[in-house]
Ligand binder design. Structure first.
Ligand code: SF4
Ligand code: MG
Length: 327
């Protein structure tokens, strides 16, 4: 059937003083109902920007230049702000990376969860409070009946992240975007959060877009993976295939940096190897492949021309000149 979410040709630019540069270039991917797609890449590659564009939360100096974002047959980029408010938190919601900045310190968690129930479902204050308590219980918060009246600062980091999830799930969205939802949490809580999202997905068919820099998280949760670099999708495919046979040199580097699965997490984990070089600033990007300055296999053509996406294997698409068919 039609995907729950389709992003097509999304291009976002950064407008500076007398200059403008594309910070996202022709980003396309789809998420089916009940599926988890991971957007993966280093910080600055455009993952969070993509999420904010889907939520229509980009603000000046960032501007969507081109593309379609289709949810429920509607192009979100063409909705007026009033209609978009009716979608946000309702059809599509987002779990932000840092709960302390996303939660309002002066309202109880129950009031904050209840806000979208009152806005989108017309609940009264007391109906919203009791539904909020049920949601807190469903995300594994003990004594939810009491906790619903707590303030964010009275909770641990793991509890606050669960509150964020309860808030995002309150109106049973078709599409849930989770931006590094477990980065600040220890591995035990991280596993619990992944289980929670999986249970929600199985019960409700939620389509999940998970943003991460961690290939281990991709291996654990993703059906498909979208690898981003320098604002471009450089590789895209089924997780099993991409992890078993990564084609793009950047994806190969990310996977080489993954700790072995049986490595003990914690302070004694050895230093990970890193991909050499740094992500070029948006103003410095040239015409060629965005990875050319760091790529161990770069050829002269790579510095001159942006590679298109080449099909590889049953499901992969790779933006790299190494996969150009022989003429
Ligand atoms: Fe490396 Fe060239 Fe492929 Fe870019 S196009 S990843 S520089 S080989
Ligand atoms: Mg980010």
């Amino acid at each position: 059937g039609a995907p729950a979410l389709a992003v097509q040709g999304l291009t976002v630019s950064l407008q500076g003083k007398g200059r403008s540069a594309n910070i996202l270039n022709d980003v396309s991917f789809e998420v089916q109902q009940g599926e988890t797609v991971c957007l993966v890449g280093e910080s600055g590659c455009g993952k969070s920007m993509t999420a904010l564009a889907i939520m229509r939360l980009l603000t000046d100096p960032l501007h969507v230049r081109a593309g379609r974002i289709t949810l429920d047959g509607r192009n979100l980029l063409q909705l007026d702000e009033r209609r978009m408010r009716g979608m946000r938190g309702n059809q599509v919601s987002m779990i932000f990376q840092e709960p302390m900045t996303a939660l309002n310190p002066v309202y109880t968690v129950g009031e904050q969860i209840g806000e979208s129930l009152r806005l989108h479902q017309g609940m009264t204050r007391s109906q919203a409070r009791s539904r909020a308590a049920e949601l807190l219980q469903s995300v594994g918060i003990p004594a939810a009946e009491t906790r619903v009246d707590s303030y964010p600062h009275e909770m641990s980091g793991g509890m606050r992240q669960r509150v964020m999830i309860a808030m995002a799930l309150a109106c049973d969205p078709r599409v849930l975007i989770a931006d590094e939802p477990t980065t600040a949490l220890d591995v035990t809580v991280q596993a619990q959060i992944f289980d929670l999202l999986r249970a929600q997905q199985q019960a409700r068919g939620t389509a999940i877009v998970m943003i991460t820099h961690d290939m281990g998280a991709v291996a654990e949760v993703a059906d498909r993976v979208v690898v981003m670099y320098g604002g471009h999708v450089v590789e895209h495919g089924c997780t099993a295939e991409v992890l078993a046979a990564p084609r793009h040199p950047y994806t190969q580097g990310l996977i080489a940096c993954m700790p072995e699965l049986d490595d003990a997490p914690g302070p004694h984990r050895p230093e990970l190897p890193e991909i050499a070089g740094i992500v070029p600033s948006v103003w410095q990007r040239g015409a060629g492949c965005p990875f050319a300055d760091r790529c161990p296999r770069a050829m002269p053509q790579c510095h001159a021309d942006m590679p298109p996406q080449f099909a590889q294997g049953p499901t992969q698409r790779v933006a790299c000149w190494l996969y150009k068919e022989a003429p």
